[in-house]
Design a protein around this ligand. Structure first.
Ligand SMILES: [Zn+2]
Length: 287
């Protein structure tokens, strides 16, 4: 049962009949909106005694990046390649179910959220597309890779290159954590078909550095210190338990065709000892 209540109108404090008449006229003329509390008159406040079902949501995360490598294209431009693994640490699976839309000739994807025993919610979240190079079906806009300059205090300063949003075949390819509640030993989503994909609890989806799309262009990017950021569900299209743990950061020094991983703490310690102004003495170095 749903009850609709309305917020109380602030009582008017009036001193005499004249004032009452004046306010009646103002209300009649529509000038009553000058009273801010009265503007909320039309705002319904919904309360419900209906029991909200327990939802077992996925929680998508990105594992630390690996296999970073720089290769050269024929035109001389450099490309940074990476291996990325997205996994589900939530209470329930990420399940993507698609149906064909004959009008648009597309596979429309709905995310299915389960309760303890049954399907509770299904909502549109995007599309499956045929990926020619990988020769299977992908879910669009699942992840994004970004290269940022490293700020003097160790933050993300300026975006210099991006992969654009990357599509994936969402599949249980690797076990990441057997200890999470709801883990199933053999996974549930084992194919890259056009009707069903997903990530079981505790399972990861690994895309290796040599696959098409696993790269960020370094065209026009100078040697220096950078942060490579990888984010799953970048537009929050998918419903999940926590959106604050979707990214992973990799600090790196790019020099020619070499990449050096940076441990930020040791990095600043070294710079403080050498008295490098770049560390902004007094902020990073504590003196
Ligand atoms: Zn693929």
């Amino acid at each position: 049962m749903i009850q609709i209540l309305f917020r109380n109108v602030r009582p008017l404090v009036i001193g005499n009949i004249g004032l009452i008449l004046l306010q009646v006229v103002l209300v009649w003329q529509g000038i009553w909106l000058i009273y801010p509390d009265q503007a909320s008159l039309s705002t319904p406040v919904l309360t419900s005694s209906t029991e909200i079902p327990e939802l077992f949501l996925p929680d998508l995360r990105t594992l630390p990046l690996s296999d970073l490598d720089i290769i050269s294209l024929r035109n001389g431009d450099r490309v940074l390649r990476l291996t990325n693994t997205i996994w589900n640490s939530g209470d329930g699976p990420l399940e993507l179910k698609a149906v064909h839309n004959p009008a648009t000739q597309t596979m429309i994807v709905e995310q299915r959220i389960y309760g303890r025993d049954e399907l509770q919610l299904s909502q549109p979240v995007g599309e499956f597309i045929w990926h020619e190079e990988h020769n299977h079906w992908h879910f669009k806009e699942f992840s994004i890779y970004e290269l940022w300059t490293l700020s003097p205090i160790g933050g993300l300063d300026r975006l210099v290159s991006t992969s654009g949003k990357v599509s994936y075949c969402v599949i249980d390819s690797d076990i990441v954590d057997r200890a999470v509640d709801g883990f199933i030993p053999f996974g549930r989503y084992r194919g890259c078909g056009k009707t069903l994909q997903g990530l079981s609890v505790g399972w990861g989806d690994k895309y290796e550095y040599f696959l098409e799309g696993q790269s960020v262009s370094l065209a026009g990017v100078k040697d220096g210190f950078y942060v490579l950021k990888s984010t799953v569900n970048p537009d929050s299209l998918l419903l999940e338990a926590n959106y604050d743990n979707n990214s992973t950061l990799y600090y790196l020094h790019v020099h020619g065709h070499n990449i050096e991983s940076i441990d930020l703490e040791k990095y600043f310690e070294r710079r403080c000892h050498t008295g490098d102004w770049w560390t902004m003495r007094g902020i990073i170095c504590g003196y």
